[in-house]
Design a binder for this molecule. Sequence first.
Ligand SMILES: Nc1ncnc2c1ncn2[C@@H]1O[C@H](COP(=O)(O)OP(=O)(O)OP(=O)(O)O)[C@@H](O)[C@H]1O
Length: 239
Amino acid sequence: MALIELDGVSKKYGDKTVLKNVSLKISEGDFVALCGMSGGGKSTLLRLISGLEKADSGSIKQENKEISTINSDARMMFQDDRLLPWQTVIQNLLFGDKSEERIKLAKRLLDRVGLIDYQNSFPASLSGGQRQRVALARALMSQPKVLLLDEPLGALDALTRRNMQDLIIKVCSETNITTILVTHDVQEAVRMADKIWIIKNQGIAKELTNPERNNQTAEAQLKKDQLVETALSCILDNN
Ligand SMILES: Nc1ncnc2c1ncn2[C@@H]1O[C@H](COP(=O)(O)OP(=O)(O)OP(=O)(O)O)[C@@H](O)[C@H]1O
């Protein structure tokens, strides 16, 4: 059974149709990347799954239940970390609930993202990459089934971005969390995701699979390079 299922979903803003009759299925544990031209509707699709936006028609289900309000089993991470500057790192994770169990979970997650030594620091004293690590840990605090990543690495320098990609890959595979990543960067998509879907012409124009994602051999790398080319030519093709 699919964890997330969209059936005939359409979404307009004013007169502009952003998504038209989109149907898709995402299985538990999948890591899907959504790529495509700017304005193609990638973030809209994420917001529909998060319940932040409503579709005009069609159905959006998680575990066979219609997502009719905020999807409490999904968490989003954005390009900006959205941390509360007046709260420490651990307070940003706890969000007021200081029960022993929550503190334990928060510390475990901070350890997982390599920031346990910064638990009492304020966001302003952290680097951009460190703040995104906190944002990742915070997103995992509710132990969601689905992680929705809306260009979370877009503002990071190349090296920090690569480290964050590795961290997200590791955390997602350890927790088997179902992940949907919106990215402009096709290489990032191929590095991180098992499936790369190209959003174009108000829908999913192509579904590519990335069976070699975890394979580091030269032969696998060649296949991944070819996948990048296929994805790019699909995005850039005017048809
Ligand atoms: N709340 C809104 N009100 C009006 N128009 C919107 C709204 N949100 C998105 N749009 C429009 O819908 C289209 C799709 O936007 P969306 O952000 O989903 O695209 P995207 O593929 O994620 O783009 P980008 O890669 O630039 O982030 C754009 O033309 C955008 O201007």
